[in-house]
Design a protein around this ligand. Structure first.
Ligand SMILES: Cc1ncc(COP(=O)(O)O)c(C=O)c1O
Length: 378
């Protein structure tokens, strides 16, 4: 049996629970959309865009079809494409790199910090000193697991090298760096509303945010065939529009995002206390940041044995991610990386384990997970 064959009494994530807890409000929002007769963009999307921009503290939010599209559109609106280098990480969802390539640019992969798994600023500096074909154009850090990357250092490097700073906030809705939300630091930032995210739709969805009015105009045009006026394409665009149903659902869920993140933090603190003293590494918190625990990731050499044991006991776990992007069959051997290689990324991939975490997870379930892990070590 493999872990996926075991019955899962405590799932690793549970977007259905997120729906059920807000069922009345979500069902009412859906009825409003169904009866309203506008199903793509329109007022529902505009209302959610305004609320989300306000939450992040930016001037513009542009709803799109997915987090992957958000990254592609952010790059295209920034005129980044063929011949341009975008510095990012390999310890991420493949979507980050896929979107860079879809925009026509070249990804340069930089290693991460061993504790936080976010882009290591000194590795970015080293990668920028290397000469290679292409023009350095952007830095694209990922706030992986809900913890902001070291934004002040990365922003300073971007400023010195005249690079755009594009944040991948797919996992960091509501996370703070020096008291300010992720997504408010970059020239432009990208969110995913995949159902398991801290702010999750009941389908696909994404958002690009920026305070640059020119970029905002370009993003609105590119998401809809490049239209400036209806049926008249002023530029080359695609079809990547947030739909009204998802916007209405997200509008309901945005109201509880801060409380949901607080619950994730409480669960994380419970895991910290319950797992203290065991021979495994607990999540490292950046002191100047607020981690929103999209994932609670522990680390140990014997990861697969623990995962099997938990799976057999009905505890779902995940690995985010088991294969770094540069080792994926579709990318292997053709991606560029920084001069020090990706050793931290590769070691992490073989040792990380994501425990169950979502706002509706009960304390009793957390305690059961802790007990199972403690039993594994006795
Ligand atoms: C770090 C990161 N970037 C990008 C994405 C892509 O988002 P989506 O699945 O909405 O396209 C995801 C989500 O899986 C992600 O976790």
């Amino acid at each position: 049996m493999t872990p996926k064959d075991f019955p899962t009494a405590i799932p690793q994530a549970d977007p259905r629970a997120g729906y059920l807890v807000q069922r009345t409000a979500i069902d009412a929002a859906l009825t409003r959309v169904f009866e309203g007769g506008v199903y793509i963009l329109g007022r529902e999307v505009e209302m959610f865009e305004a609320a989300f921009a306000d939450y992040i503290g930016v001037s513009h939010a542009i709803g799109v079809g997915s987090g992957t599209d958000a990254i592609e559109l952010a790059l295209r609106a920034s005129n980044i494409g063929a011949g341009d280098l975008v510095f990012t990480v390999s310890h991420t969802a493949v979507a980050t790199v896929a979107a860079i390539e879809r925009a026509g640019a070249t990804a340069v992969l930089v290693d991460v910090e061993p504790g936080t798994y976010t882009m290591a600023p000194h590795e970015l500096s080293r990668a920028l000193r290397m000469t290679r074909p292409g023009r350095p154009a952007a830095v694209l850090p990922v706030h992986i697991y809900g913890q902001p990357a070291e934004l002040s250092e990365l922003a300073e490097i971007a400023r010195v090298h005249d690079l755009r700073l594009i944040e991948d906030c797919a996992q960091s809705h509501g996370a703070l760096y020096c008291g300010e939300p992720t997504g408010s630091f970059g020239d432009v930032a990208c969110f995913s509303f995949y159902p398991t995210k801290n702010l999750g739709a009941l389908g696909d969805g994404g958002m690009v945010v920026t305070s640059d009015p020119t970029l905002a105009v370009a993003l609105r045009e590119i998401r809809e065939y490049g239209w400036r006026d209806r049926y008249v394409s002023a530029r080359i665009g695609i079809n990547s529009r947030l739909d009204a149903i998802q916007a209405a659902i997200l509008g309901v869920k945005l109201r509880t995002l801060t409380a949901d993140n607080a619950r994730r933090q409480t669960i994380a603190a419970r895991y910290d206390a319950g797992l203290a003293g065991l021979p495994l590494a607990l999540p490292v918190r950046r002191p100047n940041a607020t981690h929103v625990f999209h994932q609670y990731v522990i680390r140990l050499a014997d990861r697969d044995a623990l995962r099997n044991r938990l799976g057999a006991s009905g505890v779902g776990t995940g690995i985010h991610y088991p294969v770094p992007v540069h080792r994926q069959p579709a990318y292997s051997g053709r991606l560029t990386c920084g001069p020090s290689g990706l050793g931290v990324t590769e070691r992490a991939a073989s040792q990380i384990l994501s425990l169950p975490i979502y706002p509706q997870l009960m304390d009793e379930a957390v305690d059961r997970v802790i007990a199972e892990i403690r039993a594994f070590f006795t």
